[in-house]
Design a protein around this ligand. Structure first.
Ligand code: ZN
Ligand code: ZN
Length: 218
């Protein structure tokens, strides 16, 4: 069963996103005290966020280095951190996999202003989606917020590197506030339970301009 990266959403985050979008569109970058840390970070990071690439468990070093290079060309400074064990507290024994929401929550707590974590793992990850308590996914990210996670477990082997980059850039797009996009070839499309990365070619014009406004080089 293929499943997919899932947007971490709640009404609170939608409200924060709307606030962030309004502030970004009007060019007022001042952080909102009422907005909490997620909005604060997203706005502070809009010009110079540092991406912290964190390999979780026994993740391939060459894969991590390759992703670092590719992300660096798009998102600016990307620091590769020493790998860390997957936290036992995120383990979901009934399905023998790790809870993605727990992983991003733990990374978000460590993020300082201007930092965004991207955890990478080759183990299966899951979250709650559409009423299904534990649904296997490829990635999960706050929208907006300081953390996301990507798993290579569900990627096709023949195009694994390319798919890995696409899922990573999708989740990082969420962290700067981008929602899912209706354009089928756009990296921000919602996979709706499948793996459509083969159809994804680039960011569409709308998503691209929003990311450029966040300091991305596209
Ligand atoms: Zn998504
Ligand atoms: Zn788009």
């Amino acid at each position: 069963m293929h499943s997919y990266r899932l947007l971490y959403h709640s009404l609170a985050f939608v409200a924060l996103l709307l606030l962030a979008s309004v502030l970004a569109c009007t060019g007022k970058g001042a952080s909102s005290k009422a907005g909490g840390r997620d909005v604060h970070d997203a706005q502070k990071g809009s010009v110079s966020r540092t991406v912290l690439l964190l390999p979780l468990g026994t993740f391939s070093k060459p894969d991590a280095l390759r992703l670092q290079q590719r992300l660096q060309a798009v998102c600016g400074s990307v620091r590769l951190l020493p790998s860390e064990p997957l936290p036992r507290s995120a383990w979901y024994a009934p399905r023998q996999r790790f809870r993605a929401d727990s992983l991003i929550h733990q990374m978000a707590r460590r993020a300082r202003p201007g930092e965004v974590y991207i955890g990478v793992t080759d183990r299966d990850i899951s979250s709650t989606k559409n009423g299904i308590a534990d649904w296997g996914i490829m990635g999960l990210g706050y929208r907006p917020g300081p953390a996301c996670v990507v798993s290579t477990f569900r990627l096709h082997n023949r195009s694994r590197q390319e798919e890995f980059f696409k899922v990573a850039i999708h989740e990082l797009g969420h962290t700067v506030g981008l929602p899912h996009c209706p354009v089928r070839t756009c990296f921000m499309r919602d996979a709706e339970g499948r793996n459509p990365t083969g159809e994804e070619k680039e960011f569409c014009a709308g998503c691209r301009s929003r990311l450029i406004a966040q300091g991305w080089r596209l």
